[in-house]
Design a binder for this molecule. Structure first.
Ligand code: F6R
Length: 614
């Protein structure tokens, strides 16, 4: 969480910083701030509680000059989300300004030490402790800012991505990372710094991803040096990022979320491009081919993930077990990392993560790696921490997802997991040509099938109007549709603030059915699968207790149609691919309910896109 931007060079820093904060706002948006040095000896810091827009409004009559600056958009961890706690934080001497993403776990001890030395704090953040510590070390001896940062970071326990500027030395930015991402962009007009590449790509596609415990010094003349905490040089090859600016804009839609929902046909086509090869009747997943022996000899797979990605993992489990007969466990990364899980050499731990930065997922794979597991990453953000920590992996390639609620990344994850399962099944001799051809046809038809469902947008909008002001929802599904029910409920609750629960349909009679009355909308995924008749009975049970039923059914269904209050028909597909098609109407429903309520759909309260704190 929290987004960092920095710029040093020939241009003005402020426009780059504000533009960058707008791009990074998905990471946190409870306060924002900028710091610029217009001339040696002057440090201007402006902050505002609330979103980046509030910051922009508040600096209208201020001096925003300067060729060097840093900025931050916050998702509060320590201290309330107010102006005092907003970053950048300034040292008591007024000399240093610092922005930080992460958590300083031993900030209490450090704060006591600094208080004894006479430091006074004006915020309740852990970050202010860090800037005071650097200031203390910097002032105590004849040393460079880089050296002071290195010494300070050696005292720090926790996670950080930081950027520091010095009022009296305006020709550099010092940045460092540990467990929180930081990217440097190199362009003709200067050097850029950000939590991910999205604020940088409109200026340059040449980037370097800092590694843990590295410190970078970015200079006004365009040169830079990257060292470790002991000042040994670190070598990095510049990488080329391929993000298209159009993907970072709303393209005429009112919110990123609805744009991303409508982008899914194209995104899934991108995700499958070069991998699903109809002419050759092949699914090529390079990481599966390259690591064939490890994967084929795995005794089991463990999928670790959080939130929506965990739901994709539940579908991945069914796919891998169905296609490959390899046992798969699915774990919440946050639980897994703190249990003492049995992990043996030869286990494959698969991390599913859109951002590739989720702290719990990252920690889970680091732990599994230490215990000898082979780590396979399924990420969207190229060059992200999880992607780099993994032994192998497959990107989902659905482009940047900006809306906080995951939509296209979810369907992309499920599509990639389907391709991985099928590629593995082929290697294991478990997929004959006929089955392969069927899966390929179904995969390639997903974009068109999603388009068919998107055509119901207006109808779903009407349904959403009816349900906008209810207080509770239940989502039901079985088999492959159970994780879809969980995902539908999560989408609704996170953006509309309506309480929603997902259940396996047959579990209703073990308790939750007591909740059913005429005020309870129940969304049922009741498509034509091998469990269809069972689901019909479950729907009957709800109906006879007065529940209002909104059913997602297979095109042409008549039985459920006669029982449900509202029906959304989706095209038929293989059972294992239904999660992709059936989740689309649920995304639209959640979106329209939240939009009807006038909520900030792309930036729901209390959330952030990239959860880099545990
Ligand atoms: C919900 C959502 C979150 C994320 C979760 C994991 O819409 O987006 O539940 O799925 O925070 O994030 P990643 O996938 O980046 O690891």
């Amino acid at each position: 969480m929290c987004g960092i931007v920095g710029y040093i060079g020939k241009g003005q820093a402020y426009p780059v910083l504000i533009n960058g904060l707008n791009r990074l706002e998905y990471r946190g948006y409870d306060s924002a701030g900028v710091a610029m040095i217009p001339e040696k000896g002057t440090l201007n810091i402006y902050k505002a509680a609330g979103k980046v827009k509030q910051l922009e409004d508040s600096v209208k009559n201020c001096n925003i000059e300067g060729h060097v600056g840093i900025a931050h958009t916050r998702w509060a961890t320590h201290g309330a989300p107010n102006k005092e706690n907003a970053h950048p934080h300034c040292s008591m001497s007024g000399r240093l300004a610092l922005v930080h993403n992460g958590i300083i776990e031993n900030y209490g001890v450090l704060k006591d030490k600094l208080t004894e030395k006479g430091y006074v704090f004006s915020s309740t953040t852990d970050t202010e402790v860090l800037v005071q510590l650097i200031d203390y070390i910097y002032g105590a001896g004849d040393m460079s800012l880089v050296a002071a940062v290195q010494l300070a970071l050696k005292e720090v326990i926790g996670a950080y991505a930081i950027a520091v500027i010095d009022r009296d030395n305006p020709d550099m930015i010092v940045a460092a990372r540990k467990s929180s991402p930081l990217v440097i962009g190199m362009a003709e007009d200067g050097l850029y710094l950000a939590s991910d590449a999205t604020p940088i790509v409109e200026y340059t596609n040449k980037v370097i991803y800092l590694d843990d415990e590295e410190v970078a010094c970015l200079n006004m003349d365009g040169t830079y040096r990257i060292v470790d905490l002991d000042n040994a040089d670190c070598c990095h090859e510049a990488q080329t990022v391929a993000v298209n600016i159009g993907q970072l804009q709303k393209g005429g839609f009112p919110h990123f979320m609805i744009k991303e929902i409508f982008d899914q046909p194209e995104c899934l086509a991108d995700c499958m491009r070069g991998r699903v090869l109809k002419d050759m009747n092949k699914i090529v997943v390079s990481a599966v081919i390259e690591n064939r022996d490890v994967l084929l000899n795995a005794r089991r797979f463990i999928i670790v993930a959080c939130g929506t990605s965990w739901h994709a993992g539940l579908i991945g489990k069914q796919l891998i077990e169905d296609f490959c007969r390899i046992p798969v466990e699915v774990e919440y990364a946050s639980e897994f990392r703190y249990r003492n899980p049995v992990i043996n050499e030869g286990d494959v731990v698969m991390a599913v993560s859109q951002s590739g930065e989720t702290a719990d997922t990252l920690a889970a794979i680091e732990m599994a790696k230490e215990k000898g597991a082979f780590i396979y990453g399924v990420c969207n953000v190229v060059g992200s921490s999880i992607a780099r920590a993994a032994d192998a992996g497959s990107y989902i390639h659905v482009g940047p997802e900006i809306g906080v609620a995951s939509t296209k990344a979810f369907t992309g994850q499920v599509t990639v997991l389907t391709m991985i399962a099928m590629a593995l099944a082929k290697e294991m001799g478990r997929a004959d040509d006929g089955f392969m051809a069927k899966v390929i046809d179904e995969l390639l038809s997903l974009p068109e099938k999603i388009k068919e469902v998107l055509a119901f947008d207006e109808y779903i909008k009407d349904i959403a109007r009816i349900f906008t002001y209810v207080h509770n929802f239940i989502y039901l599904g079985r088999g492959y549709a159970f994780p879809v029910a969980l995902e539908g409920a999560l989408k609704l609750k996170e953006i509309s603030y309506i309480h929603a629960e997902g259940y396996p349909a047959a579990e209703m009679k073990h308790g939750p059915i007591a909740l059913i009355d005429s005020n309870m909308p129940v969304v049922v995924i009741a498509t034509k699968t091998h469990l269809y008749d069972k689901v019909v009975s479950n729907v009957q049970e709800i109906k006879s207790r007065g529940g209002r039923i909104l059913a997602v059914v297979t095109k042409g269904d008549t039985v459920i149609k006669n029982m449900a209050d509202f029906c959304i028909e989706i095209p038929e597909t293989m059972e294992c691919m239904e999660p992709v098609v059936a989740s689309i109407p649920l995304q639209l429903l959640a979106y329209h309910v939240a939009a009807n309520k006038g909520l900030d759909v792309d930036r729901p309260r209390n959330l952030a896109k990239s959860v880099t704190v545990e």
